[in-house]
Design a protein. Structure first.
Lengths: 300, 248
């Protein structure tokens, strides 16, 4: 293998890993705190992409300052995180915390299907393309090959998200309360932590991260029906590999899947998807709880 | 002055009723012990008082206010702090983080000073400030759990089986600590299976049997009660040896 191929695989892998981390970290945070597998996460991603693409098209037609586009992405993600997050958590999940986990998965899956149709109602079946931010940042040559700076900036964004999350969890009171709920829910309650509030805020943050993934990805893709499904499946794979509820797990899971996929794409393209699920199957066989989650006795 | 008054309390889990009309009262500054066999409802009673279980009926007055409908985080804010059974600490956080978490409801500036005070009270914790709580010994974990609860500056401390699974020497140490806490003016509601130790320490005690208060009295009276001796202290007719053959 020549060194140029290696560089391409590493950079492509890193970019793809960043994308995976952005979409899976919110899922794993919700999973860790609320102990639910939230399928609606895919819809949040899709909503983030659609809303951002629409707003960007309007924004660039109006001819406002170009770099404000990044602000548009952030605002739509915050807006969706709060609005959809509150609706889904207060309207649906709140009533299901005492139910069996399988029922919760089914309920979030049902909500996901409903949200997918809401997307179709609002935006129809047309594809939306808002590639201006991608053009705006230009390209860089690495190892004599051009890479989109926009894709590279995704690595930076994930790194920033990762650091903020790490800092937020380890160094702030709310983060520590969140960790406490992850480690021991009943003890946290007895210690006076308002678990209802922690659940709602966690879900808003998780939903925001899902929407942000979609918002930032929007300029790089053609936004069309079906992107939510694709993302939720990939994000599940990453979370399963890394360990449900573990942020370092999501990070490592994304890197493993991202680089493996890039290697497949450049060396044996037919294996692109196979390689992801092969890793997942392998992890499930040797370490069913995922790479980073501590082993837990299963509740019957 | 009465700090807690429980009256006609019914509670349980779903269809299963555990408490059938429990009544008791606790006066400021005393240690009240609650003894009873496994499954009598001791832990359920504590969880109901602290708001983790919503009762089916009855009243709980804390400093004159009815707290029966309040969730746990509100009762903690009001000053009721519970140390749950087992090692009620966050094992994957450090000793210092656990103590800080104990004070998370407080907004005042005295938190750091209180941490210093707790560390002086429990010197073993002082040496292990940055150690993960899960790596402490059982007795140290129990002391941390108590220290953590004290960080909330509770007006009423609920302790669930603090001696559970600890070596006799450590148990002695824990009970000495509790005595010290009373001297500082703390009010403690102590649930224990180790009936003898609990009643020796407590000012007053209650015996819970199948979800009802079967007996109440001063710690000494209960220790001398033939029924209590037979059932909870494992004494035969002649009380000579200290060997306990506890029923449980």
């Amino acid at each position: 293998m020549d060194s140029q191929l290696l560089v391409i695989i590493l950079i492509d892998g890193l970019v793809y890993a960043s994308y995976l981390f952005m979409v899976s970290v919110g899922l794993t945070v919700i999973c860790g705190v609320q102990k639910i597998l939230n399928v609606t996460h895919g819809a949040l991603y899709a909503f983030g992409a659609y809303l951002t693409a629409t707003l960007l098209i309007v924004y660039f037609e109006a001819g406002w300052p170009q770099f404000g586009a990044f602000f548009v992405m952030l605002v739509s993600a915050i807006f969706l995180g709060i609005v959809l997050g509150v609706i889904i958590e207060r309207g649906l999940l709140k009533h299901l915390y005492h139910e069996d986990e399988h029922i919760v998965v089914l309920a979030t899956f049902a909500a996901f299907l409903v949200l997918e149709d809401v997307l179709l109602l609002i935006w129809g079946t047309d594809a939306y393309i808002a590639a201006e931010p991608l053009m705006l940042l230009g390209q860089t040559d690495i190892a004599e090959l051009p890479f989109d700076n926009y894709s590279l900036s995704m690595v930076l964004l994930s790194a920033v998200v990762c650091v903020i999350l790490w800092y937020g969890l380890r160094r702030t009171t709310f983060g520590k309360m969140l960790l406490a709920v992850i480690y021991d829910r009943e003890l946290s309650q007895a210690m006076g932590i308002n678990v209802t509030k922690v659940f709602l805020l966690t879900f808003i943050v998780g939903s925001f991260l899902g929407a942000l993934g979609g918002a930032y990805q929007a300029p790089a893709i053609s936004v069309q029906p079906g992107i939510g499904v694709e993302v939720i499946v990939l994000a599940f794979a990453v979370v399963v590999i890394g360990g449900m509820g573990s942020i370092p797990g999501a990070l490592i899971g994304s890197l493993v899947v991202g680089i493996a996929r890039a290697a497949a794409v450049h060396m044996e393209p037919v294996l692109e998807l196979f390689v992801i699920y092969m890793i997942m199957a392998f992890v499930l066989i040797v370490r069913p709880q995922g790479l980073f989650a501590p082993a837990k006795p299963r509740k019957i | 002055m009465t700090i807690l008054e429980v009256d006609g309390l019914h509670a349980g889990y779903g269809q299963i009723r555990v408490l059938h009309g429990v009544g008791l009262s606790i006066t400021r500054g005393e240690i009240v012990g609650l003894i009873g066999a496994n499954g009598a409802g001791k832990t359920t009673l504590l969880k109901t008082i602290s708001g983790l279980i919503r009762p089916n009926g009855g009243r709980i007055l804390f400093e004159g206010r009815d707290i029966v409908r309040l969730p746990a985080h509100r009762t903690v804010e009001m000053g009721i702090c519970q140390v749950a059974e087992g090692r009620a600490i966050l094992k994957r956080m450090t000793v210092l983080e656990n103590l800080k978490m104990g004070a998370h409801t407080r907004r005042d500036a005295g938190v750091d000073a209180d941490i210093g005070q707790i560390l002086r009270k429990f010197p073993v914790l002082d040496e292990r400030q940055t150690q993960l709580a899960g790596t402490l010994s059982g007795g140290e974990q129990q002391m941390l759990a108590i220290g953590r609860a004290l960080m909330a500056r509770p007006r009423l401390l609920l302790l669930d089986e603090p001696s559970l699974g600890l070596a006799p020497m450590i148990v002695t140490q824990i009970f000495r600590t509790l005595r010290g806490l009373r001297e500082e003016g703390n009010t403690i509601f102590l649930v224990e299976q180790n009936a003898r130790r609990a009643l020796q320490l407590a000012d007053r005690g209650y015996v819970l049997e199948r979800g009802r208060i079967a007996l109440e009295g001063s710690g000494e009276d209960l220790l001398n009660d033939p029924g209590v001796q037979r059932t909870y202290l494992g004494k035969q007719a002649e009380t000579t040896g200290n060997r306990q053959t506890r029923l449980s």
